[in-house]
Write a protein that binds this ligand. Structure first.
Ligand SMILES: [Zn+2]
Length: 110
């Protein structure tokens, strides 16, 4: 009789079958796909990318803030919208640049 595996134990065991080495530090970790970074390396890359991305986001937000101060009339509503857009640009640029850097950061040989 054909029985579907609905418990998930088989797939979990299949995923954790053999520990796969990280492409950067050769630490073997179960559940890792081939050519992927381990959790330690991924966290390290994420921290480095966030540091660089924060700089780009601050620069972009400052440019937008200066432009808004220069171009928009100094009314309360305009200032509120300006502050909200500066905050939004900061968050979006930081997230986008961080993801791009994490994707294209070269692996370090240790
Ligand atoms: Zn690693």
């Amino acid at each position: 009789m054909l029985r579907l595996n609905t418990s998930g134990i088989g797939s979990r065991l299949g995923l954790k079958g053999d520990p796969v080495p990280c492409i950067q530090c050769d630490r073997r970790e179960p559940g890792l796909s081939w050519g992927d970074f381990c959790t330690v390396c991924r966290e390290d890359r994420r921290r480095k990318a966030n540091r660089v991305a924060q700089r780009y986001a601050v620069i972009a937000a400052l440019i937008l803030a200066a432009w808004l101060l220069w171009k928009t009339p100094p009314t309360f509503t305009q200032r509120i919208f300006g502050a909200a857009s500066v905050l939004l640009v900061y968050l979006i640029i930081r997230r986008a640049v961080s993801l791009i850097i994490q994707e294209y950061l070269p692996k370090e040989l240790k």
